[in-house]
Design a protein around this ligand. Structure first.
Ligand code: UP5
Ligand code: MG
Length: 201
């Protein structure tokens, strides 16, 4: 597909900041197609015949970032699939909300050069203590390999050291809408809506 046919919004924020939760709202009200890089990786991990299953499992449990070739291929395939199966109305662009990607500067550069530049970066700003409480609670039932105290600590570390520089870089380019992610789901969504409508999306 051609970059001219799509609008891409990156949805970033720390582990447990609420990206998945708020994405559901944005899909409902703004017609975004939601693509979670983490969900795509977890699906690839369990896909029969995948050569990457063991590698993805280890990276996720250790809170490390999977080599970008894998993630970018999953994302661009998912975008192409979506355009093929449910194309946007004639004369409009498909809108993709890409959740949890890019998490490293080189991924941002590579994706924007080879797939499509982003229109906007939505950033959920959340203190670690709040994220930790949410993730430990979710861990009681989620079955996610990385919702345990040790993996959560590693995920936070990767986020601070590797992923925040991506947000800072986009911020310098004036692309970031920063939203406070504490408070209830409804309260956070009000901030999210205000942020994107301010940018005319
Ligand atoms: N919750 C949400 N909002 C709340 C609110 N306002 N008040 C109270 N509770 C709230 O929410 C987390 C939990 O909090 C839920 O139980 C929710 O009900 C509650 P969620 O919406 O799931 O938050 P989210 O930000 O999506 O958290 P998630 O755990 O998915 O974030 P991560 O960024 O850690 O996970 P992701 O799936 O994106 O990535 C997992 C791993 O995959 C990474 O660590 C990495 O190893 C790998 N990965 C890559 O290598 N490359 C990539 O590009 C992407 C991922
Ligand atoms: Mg998520």
């Amino acid at each position: 597909f051609s970059p001219e046919d799509v609008t891409v919004v990156f949805f970033l924020g720390g582990p447990g900041s609420g990206k998945g939760t708020q994405s559901a709202n944005l899909v409902k009200d703004y017609g975004f197609v939601h693509l979670s890089a983490g969900d795509l990786l977890r699906a690839e991990q369990v896909r029969e015949g995948s050569q990457y299953g063991d590698m993805i499992k280890t990276y996720i449990r250790e809170g490390k970032i999977v080599p970008m070739e894998v993630t970018v291929a999953l994302l661009s395939n998912a975008m192409a699939d979506s355009l093929a199966t449910s194309p946007p109305p004639a004369g409009t662009k498909a809108r993709f909300l890409i959740d949890g990607f890019p998490r490293k500067l080189d991924q941002a550069v590579f994706f924007e050069a080879t797939v499509c530049p982003s229109e906007l970066v939505l950033f959920l700003d959340c203190p670690e203590a709040v994220m930790e409480t949410r993730l430990l609670k979710r861990g009681e039932t989620s079955g996610r390999d990385d919702d345990n105290a040790e993996s959560i600590r590693k995920r936070f570390r990767t986020f601070v050291e590797t992923s925040m520089p991506v947000v800072d870089d986009f911020e310098k380019k004036g692309k970031v809408v920063r939203v406070s992610a504490t408070g209830s789901v409804e309260e956070v969504y009000e901030h999210v809506k205000a942020g994107i409508e301010e940018r005319g999306l």
